[in-house]
Ligand binder design. Structure first.
Ligand SMILES: [Fe+2]
Ligand SMILES: [Fe+2]
Length: 276
């Protein structure tokens, strides 16, 4: 089973450039074309939040227009730049919720891996929240007696990455409780897949792999200084492709760059002069 993760699209209405520089609509078009051309084809695409940049209906209308080219089933969770109402209005099939519930928490059982969506959006705030009722729901999902292997996907990572300005907007509430639940079911949870940080980051957390995917549009600068400022960089748009081997019970992560990067690539010495 192949899972493509596309995250942190930040599409602006009217194809507005992010930071007056990044053509995020074009980046999503490129990402969709990249996934569609993959051989073998992914079975499912997971969008792990920040679908829009401001969470407005016209942003989601543009995303929906672009996603008409995506013929692979896809599912979404909201990020801090999203708004649940407009997102769900535009992508009802990709953001299911149980009757009577507000959060975009759901289970997809159509594949060899069970996909568990966690909604960490705290509307209007950069940091994330998992409410007690969501954690209770997750515990019940994982404790159902079925041993089917699962992955959890969510926007805010429940970890400190070392990138200070992103850690300042991490999962603020519910991370410890989530770790306890995942640890209790680490035989079942194969990985926790996140977005939000705009960099590929891997660690072990609560006894399972915790993997943050790179943005399909732009990355965040790798800066581990305690006072490192907020900064984006035009490192290449990228995505993760996860390969689940049912027989081996192994999950492999591949990093794939999106777009063409034909060389030669320039290299600069310490003096700032071009080497190649
Ligand atoms: Fe983002
Ligand atoms: Fe985010």
């Amino acid at each position: 089973m192949l899972i493509a993760q596309l995250t942190d699209l930040h599409v602006g209405a009217g194809r507005r450039l992010a930071y007056r520089k990044v053509d995020t609509a074009r980046a999503l078009e490129n990402a969709v074309a990249h996934v569609e051309a993959m051989m073998p084809r992914p079975d499912v695409v997971l969008f792990t939040g920040d679908i829009g940049d401001l969470g407005t209906p016209d942003e989601y209308a543009l995303v929906a227009e672009i996603l008409k080219s995506l013929t692979i089933p896809y599912f979404m969770v909201p990020g801090n730049h999203d708004r649940r109402g407009p997102l769900r209005a535009a992508f009802a099939d990709a953001t299911p919720v149980a009757p009577g519930r507000d959060f975009v928490n759901y289970v997809v059982d159509d594949f060899d891996l069970r996909l568990i969506a966690l909604d960490t959006l705290d509307e209007g705030k950069p940091g994330g929240v998992l409410q007690a009722e969501q954690l209770k729901w997750l515990r019940s999902v994982l404790a159902d007696g079925d041993q089917k292997p699962s992955v959890i996907f969510m926007h805010h990572p429940p970890i400190v990455t070392g990138i200070a300005h992103m850690d300042a907007q991490k999962l603020e509430t519910g991370a410890d409780e989530l770790a306890a639940i995942v640890s209790d079911h680490r035989d079942k949870v194969q990985a926790v897949l996140c977005g939000h940080v705009h960099r590929p980051i891997h660690t072990i957390w609560a006894g399972v792999p915790l993997i943050i995917g790179p943005s399909v549009a732009h990355q965040v600068a790798l800066d581990l200084r305690e006072d490192g400022p907020s900064a984006f960089v035009m490192e290449p748009p990228a995505m993760h492709l996860y390969v689940w081997d049912t027989d081996q019970k192994s999950l492999m992560t591949h990093l794939a760059y999106i777009d063409r990067f034909d060389g030669p690539h320039p290299f600069f010495g310490a003096d700032g002069k071009l080497i190649v």
